[in-house]
Design a protein around this ligand. Structure first.
Ligand code: FES
Ligand SMILES: [Fe+2]
Length: 375
C-alpha cells in the first residue's frame, strides 16, 4: 500500500466500511484538523445563531455584527442544544429552551433562573464552551480539538497559488447539497484523478483535456494539479461556451487551465479563469458523506458581461452527479468482503500520494501529515 506507485495497491475494502476506522478518522483527521463550515458572511449579521453539524460534532455559530463566535452547541446547565440541528435563528441572546438559561452572543452566561445569589449574580465560569475557529479566503474553519497547527501555515504555498482568484471577494451564486452514499475517502480519491474522466464525464471530456496535466508541488496540507481547457472550449460549460473574461492576475497558461486543489481532509477548490467551484465534505457515516457544492463568481464578470452563472452551475451539477454515482458504485463494490484492492494507474499519482499519507497515519496512529512536502 505504501510502495511506489507501480507496486502500490488501493486501500482495502475495510478502509471504506469499518465503523471503528471511521470513528478513528473523525477523531484524528477531522477532529484534529481544520474543517470548513461555511462562508463567514453567512453568519456575521448580529443575532445570527446557526447550529451546524461538522464531522459529527454539533456547533453553534453566533454573529456579532462584525464577526462570529463558535461554541459547542450544548447548554452549560444540562446540555440541551441551544439551537436545533441545522437550524438558524435570529435573536439578540442565546436562549436555552429547556430551563431558560440565557447567554450573550459572546457566550457569557447572562441569566440562570433560581441560580442568582443574594447580589443577583449568576454562577461564574459557565459561559458557552468555545470552539477554535479561523477565517481563510472568506470561509469559516473550525478545529474541534483546539490544538491543530495554525491553519494558514499548514497550507504552505496554497494561499499564494490561489491569490489571483481573490476567493474572499467572490460572490456566491449557487449551492447544492448532496447526500452521497460513499466513504469520504472515495470522494477525495475521485477528485485527485482524472483517469475516470473519459468514461465517467463525457461532457467534461469535451471541454477539458484529461491527461498531460501538471501536478502541483504542494508545501502544505493539500494536493492538486491542473488540466488544460481544450482549444475549442472557452470555459467549463456543457456547450464549451463561456466568457472571454479572465481573472486579471492569471498568467497566460493558468488562464487556460482548470486547477484542482484538495485541502485535506474536507475542501476541494476548483479554480478556472472565470469562476470557482468548491466542494465541502462532511463525513456522516462510513458509507455516507454530505457534500456541499458552492459556486463563486467575480462580480465584475457578471456585471461586465451580463452573463448569468447558469453555464457553470449546469456543468458541475452534471459532473457532480456522475462523480457521486461513480463513488456510490465503488462503495458498494469495495463493501463486498471478496473485493481485493487493485493496482493504481500512472495517472493516479496524486491519489497514490493521498493513500500513502493515509497509510502512514494509520500505521502511526496520527493525524494526516503532508509527507509529500519532503519529496
Ligand atoms: S439544559 Fe439549558 S437551561 Fe437546563
Ligand atoms: Fe470526476
Amino acid at each position: 500500500m505504501i510502495a511506489d506507485i507501480q507496486d502500490a495497491r488501493a486501500l482495502p475494502g475495510l478502509a471504506y466500511t469499518s465503523k471503528d476506522l471511521f470513528a478513528w478518522e473523525l477523531e484524528r483527521f477531522f477532529g484534529q484538523g481544520w474543517l470548513p463550515v461555511g462562508r463567514v458572511a453567512e453568519f456575521t449579521e448580529k443575532g445570527t445563531q446557526a447550529a451546524v453539524m461538522s464531522a459529527g460534532r454539533n456547533i453553534l455559530i453566533t454573529g456579532t455584527g462584525d464577526g462570529v463566535n463558535v461554541f459547542v452547541n450544548a447548554c452549560r446547565h444540562r446540555g440541551h442544544e441551544l439551537v436545533a440541528p441545522a437550524c438558524t435563528v435570529r435573536r439578540a441572546q442565546v436562549w436555552c429552551a429547556y430551563h431558560a438559561w440565557v447567554y450573550g452572543l459572546d457566550g457569557e452566561l447572562r441569566r440562570a433562573p433560581r441560580f442568582e445569589d443574594a447580589a443577583g449574580r449568576y454562577p461564574q465560569g459557565m459561559g458557552l464552551l468555545p470552539v477554535r475557529s479561523t477565517e481563510w479566503n472568506g470561509w469559516l474553519f473550525v478545529n474541534h480539538s483546539g490544538d491543530a497547527d495554525d491553519f494558514g501555515e499548514s497550507l504552505g504555498n496554497l494561499t499564494d497559488i490561489l491569490a489571483p482568484y481573490h476567493l474572499g471577494t467572490l460572490t456566491q451564486v449557487g449551492t447544492e447539497v448532496y447526500d452521497v452514499h460513499a466513504n469520504w475517502k472515495l470522494l477525495v480519491e475521485n477528485y485527485l484523478e482524472c483517469y475516470h474522466c473519459p468514461s465517467t464525464h463525457p461532457e467534461l471530456s469535451k471541454v477539458q483535456r484529461t491527461v498531460n496535466g501538471e501536478g502541483f508541488a504542494s508545501t502544505g496540507m493539500w494536493l492538486g494539479g491542473s488540466l488544460d481547457l481544450k482549444n475549442s472550449a472557452a470555459s467549463m460549460s456543457l456547450d464549451g461556451k463561456g466568457p472571454e473574461w479572465t481573472f486579471p492576475e492569471l498568467d497566460e497558461n493558468r488562464a487556460r487551465q482548470v486547477c484542482y486543489h484538495a485541502v485535506l481532509p474536507g475542501l476541494f477548490v476548483t479554480a478556472m479563469h472565470d469562476y470557482v467551484v468548491t466542494h465541502r465534505l462532511d463525513p456522516v457515516a462510513p458509507d455516507r458523506t454530505r457534500v456541499i457544492c458552492e459556486w463563486f463568481f467575480p462580480e465584475e464578470l457578471l456585471t461586465s458581461t451580463g452573463l448569468t452563472p447558469d453555464y457553470a452551475i449546469d456543468f458541475w451539477k452534471t459532473t457532480n452527479q456522475q462523480d457521486w454515482d461513480a463513488c456510490s458504485s465503488t462503495q458498494r463494490g469495495v463493501a463486498d468482503p471478496r473485493y481485493v484492492a487493485g493496482p493504481l494507474a500512472s495517472h493516479e499519482e496524486e491519489l497514490h500520494t493521498f493513500v500513502r499519507a493515509l497509510a502512514d497515519a494509520y500505521r502511526t496512529d496520527s493525524q494526516l501529515r503532508p509527507l509529500w512536502t519532503a519529496r
